[in-house]
Design a protein around this ligand. Structure first.
Ligand code: DGY
Length: 328
């Protein structure tokens, strides 16, 4: 008998067909209140779940007593109660690797956009305010040759380092749980404390996951350590930063600018003070949002889910302690 799968993210026809060949699929088109109602109704028979952007906590999981596997279409797993999933012996998988380069591209887009004031000045042109050659009031700052500071040297951090080092000749400093000799050798990078990095880097880029340890890592004290020339880039998770402290630092020009793809609350409130600041470039969590990468992520999630439901180890198992016991 085919297993029951609930999908709460739209898949391409090709991937939907692959899933349907192996499982009975219920598609929840969106996570509106009506969609959530349909999801709750479908959970009691679900053996597999596939989707993203939904906080899957004990309350929802308790509606799914038959659940065997959850495949997240994301690399970040901060939306999942991993302890509870593991306690229930439910396999959780994610989609690393396939989004690394695209997310690093987004990071660099924000670096260039903030330093060269691309959005602000393009808006000026569009508004018909380009009336003479621009002068120092509208100059930006260089990217090449400036010090790139990366907080969290995982896959995406490395991809950002590659772009900075080989593409823009940027001296590289980084902070992570532990020094990474291979990264240091490849990019001539220097490991340093968080405090040192905040004081020295021209571009401070967050690429680390949201966990209990990183929640609120960058707050008022950390913004105080940055310099008025510093540009702050966040492509990780909004909750790693105290947004109120960041807004204050930007308003008081304690830092030059911020390029932000993630926020404490998403979608960002339309009346957020961030949107009043011309030294902020805000994008709607587009780190991995290209046609190619989102399809690759969805394919990876489908592969993970089908493997798990077939009693095989998913390639990207987040709770490996369940294996091989979970297969029974
Ligand atoms: C990820 O994959 O974690 C991206 O941030 C999209 O949520």
């Amino acid at each position: 008998m085919k297993k029951q799968v609930v999908v709460y993210k739209k898949l391409s026809p090709e991937l939907m067909a692959r899933l349907q060949a192996q499982a009975e699929v219920t598609l929840i088109e969106d996570l509106s209140p009506a969609g959530m109602q349909r999801l709750r109704q479908a959970l009691p028979r679900a053996q597999g779940l596939l989707g993203a952007s939904l906080r899957l906590d004990a309350e929802l999981l308790d509606l799914a007593p038959q659940l065997e596997a959850v495949a997240s279409v994301s690399v970040g797993v901060d939306n999942y109660d991993i302890d509870y999933l593991s306690q229930r012996r439910i396999l959780l998988s994610n989609t690393p690797d396939v989004l690394t380069e695209t997310t690093a591209d987004t990071g660099f887009a924000l670096i260039l956009a903030t330093a060269r004031r691309v959005v602000e000045l393009a808006t000026l042109v569009r508004a018909g305010q380009w009336n003479s050659n621009i002068g120092p009031r509208h100059f930006g700052s260089d990217v090449h040759g400036k010090t790139l500071g990366i907080i969290g040297m995982g896959r995406i951090g490395e991809a950002l380092a590659q772009r900075g080092h080989f593409g823009f000749g940027m001296p590289l400093i980084y902070h992570s749980n532990s020094p990474k000799p291979a990264v240091e050798a490849r990019f001539n990078a220097r490991y340093c404390s968080l405090e040192q990095l905040l004081q020295e880097a021209d571009f401070i880029c967050l690429t680390l996951p949201l966990t209990a340890q990183t929640h609120g890592l960058i707050g008022a004290r950390e913004f105080e350590l940055m310099r008025p020339e510093s540009i702050f880039i966040n492509i990780s998770r909004g909750k790693v930063v105290d947004e109120g402290a960041m807004i204050e630092a930007l308003q008081q020009r304690k830092i030059r600018a911020a390029g932000l793809d993630v926020f404490e609350r998403e979608p960002l409130d339309h009346d957020s003070p961030l949107l009043q600041l011309d030294n902020v470039v805000a994008t709607p969590h587009i780190g991995s949002a290209t046609h190619e990468t989102r399809e690759a992520m969805a394919r990876c999630a489908v592969d993970n889910l089908l493997a798990a439901l077939a009693g095989q180890r998913p390639a990207n198992l987040v709770n490996p302690q369940l294996w091989p016991q979970a297969a029974g």
